[in-house]
Design a protein around this ligand. Structure first.
Ligand SMILES: *[C@@H]1O[C@H](CO)[C@@H](O)[C@H](O)[C@H]1NC(C)=O
Ligand SMILES: *[C@@H]1O[C@H](CO)[C@@H](O)[C@H](O)[C@H]1NC(C)=O
Ligand SMILES: *[C@@H]1O[C@H](CO)[C@@H](O)[C@H](O)[C@H]1NC(C)=O
Ligand SMILES: *[C@@H]1O[C@H](CO)[C@@H](O)[C@H](O)[C@H]1NC(C)=O
Ligand SMILES: *[C@@H]1O[C@H](CO)[C@@H](O)[C@H](O)[C@H]1NC(C)=O
Ligand SMILES: *[C@@H]1O[C@H](CO)[C@@H](O)[C@H](O)[C@H]1NC(C)=O
Length: 455
């Protein structure tokens, strides 16, 4: 028995698919390869990857941003004491008297108001077109001036509000200033601050932030300023979960966070944090400021509420281009001129990592690499088969028409015969023998049943 089996060695390998189907195995391998690679690509694509594109450019046109003019003040002890004593209610006075003992309202009354601090402010009205000569208009006529207070700082914000139509073209403003302001520095303790920010944002004090410039009246009284912008844009859904806060909440994310923080802090401490700029008038006008409120906890909580990033943010950097002393300027006055930003602005944009066309090419090239599938081969295949199908249909139609003609002729013949041999019945008689001789295959399909199915 053993000898018999040795005589016929049957290697299972020779019977396996590799030998019996020499085309199938490579096709299966290639289909698996193509599928894995294409699915990897699709997984990557549907994770919506992005890349960052940084563009540096010299702007040809700028929009007038919000500009806040502020002064640092220091109230004398006498003034503070006098104010506290003049209150209707008696309140306990601490050891150290400072502006922190005064309420928002009291601070507002004791410090200079808009027209005492800003002696004049003119902005170029160049909103019409590039060719028209611009005229300078009163800054206050552009939009309502907003006031914000801290226990050491008072700010007047010009050009607030989204619908600010003022834009300036580089060619018109290369040598010209678009804003001229005269500040009365006698109200300040020496320093004036200038912030440049977004039109929809409230001014926020942040020591050392680049959107702030410090003007010291000690040596100079004439300043030329400008600003640079950094724009950050996120791609919308599905690339990121950014939100257009302006559209949804009518406020920027930073303003919403600031309001959320101050509200939470007020509810807990019945005071505002010392380093906050609170807008005036405020319905909490009898609230004071407090030192040492831990704001970071509140900031984290409020940032968690508005956790989605803003789709488009502008960061500003205020620059002093020139500071000089001009003896012709009245003592106590400082003159500010804003020039067109001639330096580079930067745009940081998120962009799609996969261009849709590129992605199509990746997928197509992988499929064709593995499976030899190309548009040409698919088109050829389709064209060939469609043509075949079309031809078949046409041929069948032609045959059917022929058959119909034949039958008609036959029936005519029958009718003639019916006339002569009226007694012969159709059913019993059927077709003539002659017909079956020529077309034996229609023997079954042509019966007396009418209409006849040709297909
Ligand atoms: C700016 O110029 C336009 C066109 O001349 C004018 O209609 C508009 O009133 C001006 N704005 C101000 C604030 O004067
Ligand atoms: C600008 O504002 C002043 C008052 O601040 C007002 O007298 C003047 O009519 C305003 N001009 C325009 C064009 O609105
Ligand atoms: C958005 O704010 C502006 C002024 O800040 C106001 O006039 C407008 O009605 C607000 N829109 C909505 C939808 O709240
Ligand atoms: C502020 O005034 C409101 C009423 O106008 C009063 O209810 C509240 O207690 C006052 N807050 C402080 C801190 O005095
Ligand atoms: C500022 O104060 C100085 C000295 O007190 C005074 O001479 C000057 O007129 C004041 N300037 C203004 C604009 O009030
Ligand atoms: C021929 O006559 C038979 C019986 O009279 C009838 O049933 C049949 O329909 C006739 N055929 C034709 C083609 O008129």
């Amino acid at each position: 028995m053993m000898a018999a089996s040795l005589k016929k060695p049957s290697n299972p390998l020779t019977k396996s698919l590799i030998f019996t189907h020499d085309k199938l195995v490579p096709i299966i391998i290639c289909i698996i390869g193509a599928t894995t690679q294409v699915s990897t690509l699709f997984t990557l694509y549907f994770s919506w990857p992005t890349t960052t594109v940084i563009e540096l450019y010299r702007p040809n046109v700028i929009n007038l941003p919000s500009i806040s003019l502020c002064f640092v003040y220091k109230l004398s002890k006498d003034v503070i004491l006098e104010t506290i004593f003049s209150r209707d209610t008696l309140s306990d006075i601490g050891q150290e008297i400072s502006s922190l003992d005064l309420t928002l309202d009291e601070l507002d009354h004791l410090t200079a108001d808009l027209h005492n601090f800003v002696e004049s402010c003119k902005v170029a009205n160049a909103s019409i077109d590039a060719n028209q000569l611009f005229n300078m208009v009163d800054c206050e006529n552009v939009s309502q001036v907003k006031v914000a207070l801290a226990p050491f700082l008072k700010c007047f914000t010009f050009f607030a509000g989204k619908h600010n139509p003022y834009e300036y073209y580089r060619n018109d403003f290369y040598d010209d200033y678009f804003l001229l302001a005269e500040l009365n520095a006698n109200h300040s303790s020496g320093l004036s601050l200038v912030f440049v920010h977004d039109n929809d944002e409230e001014v926020a004090f942040n020591n050392g932030s680049p959107d702030m410039a410090v003007l010291d009246k000690t040596f100079y009284n004439k300043f030329v300023l400008t600003y640079y912008t950094k724009t950050n844009s996120e791609l919308g859904f599905p690339y990121s979960n950014c939100m257009d806060y302006e559209e949804v909440h009518n406020k920027s994310r930073r303003t919403l966070i600031k309001q959320c923080m101050y509200t939470a802090i007020y509810l807990e401490y019945l005071a505002f944090p010392e380093l906050s700029l609170v807008s005036v008038p405020n319905y909490l006008s009898n609230v004071t400021f407090d030192k040492g409120i831990p704001t970071s906890k509140f900031r984290a909580a409020c940032e968690a509420i508005y956790h989605q990033p803003e789709c488009k943010t502008h960061l500003f950097e205020t620059r002093i281009l020139k500071a000089e002393f001009d003896p012709t300027i009245d003592p106590g006055i400082i003159l500010i001129k804003f020039g067109y930003p001639l330096g580079l602005q930067s745009d940081i944009m998120k962009s799609k990592k996969f261009n849709d066309i590129e992605f199509f090419c990746y997928v197509a090239s992988i499929i064709s690499l593995w499976l030899e599938v190309s548009i040409l081969s698919v088109a050829k295949f389709l064209f060939h088969n469609l043509r075949k199908l079309g031809r078949n249909i046409l041929r069948r139609r032609r045959e059917a028409a022929k058959k119909r003609a034949l039958l008609a002729r036959y029936q005519q013949k029958q009718r003639k015969m019916n006339k002569s041999k009226a007694k012969i019945s159709w059913i019993s008689n059927g077709y003539e023998r002659e017909f079956y001789l020529f077309y034996p295959k229609y023997m079954r399909s042509y019966g007396p049943v009418y209409p006849i199915n040709y297909y």
